[in-house]
Design a protein around this ligand. Structure first.
Ligand code: FE2
Ligand code: FE2
Length: 199
């Protein structure tokens, strides 16, 4: 089953700036995602997007929420409609007149799978955080003290072990760093610093 989306334009430019409220996003998440691990993953990626937008891009509050929302909803359809990932959530957000940039970020979070290239910084950071966040979380679960005193070296060791979190694409992580023009070590440092806040 191909997940290729088959188009590269999403939403309507006149909806630029339209978002879901925190409450609307939360109820969509609770309705669609029953798997707690997946929900945690989405919250982790949302938090990383929020912190990056605020601290590295110096964006205003509205823009920070747009970045956060892309992270929060990027896998919303994966739990119940894996064959329609991420077409289902794209259609839902288009139907609700959401900002096309948010929809594009979601549509491009796996260019190899969906056939949509990350273009904006929001797109690229969502792509970059997605897989790395999962691998670092898996690593925290196997450490006696979780995230405590975790370092870049340890994460890079796990990245080299192909059998560790084998479903995490190392190619995607490297590709994402290249596209976002970010050094892998810096991205790992950021995730280690920010991710523990999400429970
Ligand atoms: Fe995904
Ligand atoms: Fe994801």
């Amino acid at each position: 089953m191909s997940l290729l989306i088959g188009r590269t334009a999403f939403g309507d430019d006149k909806n630029s700036g339209n978002v879901l409220s925190k409450q609307e996003a939360e109820s969509l998440l609770n309705d669609w995602v029953k798997n707690e691990r997946l929900k945690l993953h989405m919250k982790q990626v949302a938090h990383l997007m929020q912190c990056w937008a605020k601290e590295k891009e110096n964006l205003n509050e509205d823009d920070v929420w747009r970045w956060q929302l892309a992270g929060l909803l990027h896998d919303a359809d994966w739990d119940q409609w894996p064959d329609m990932h991420c077409k289902k959530i794209i259609e839902e957000l288009e139907g609700r007149n959401v900002d096309p940039e948010i929809i594009h970020a979601i549509a491009s979070h796996g260019p190899i799978h969906f056939g949509v290239q990350p273009e904006t910084k929001m797109d690229k950071m969502l792509y970059a955080f997605d897989e790395l966040s999962g691998l670092i979380h898996a690593y925290s679960l196997m450490r006696p003290n979780g995230y405590e005193s975790m370092d870049v070296k340890g994460v890079k060791k796990r990245l080299k072990e192909k059998a560790f979190a084998a479903n995490v694409s190392r190619e995607d992580i490297n590709d994402a760093c290249e596209r976002a023009k970010i050094i892998l070590d810096d991205l790992i440092t950021f995730v280690i610093a920010k991710q523990p806040a999400v429970k």
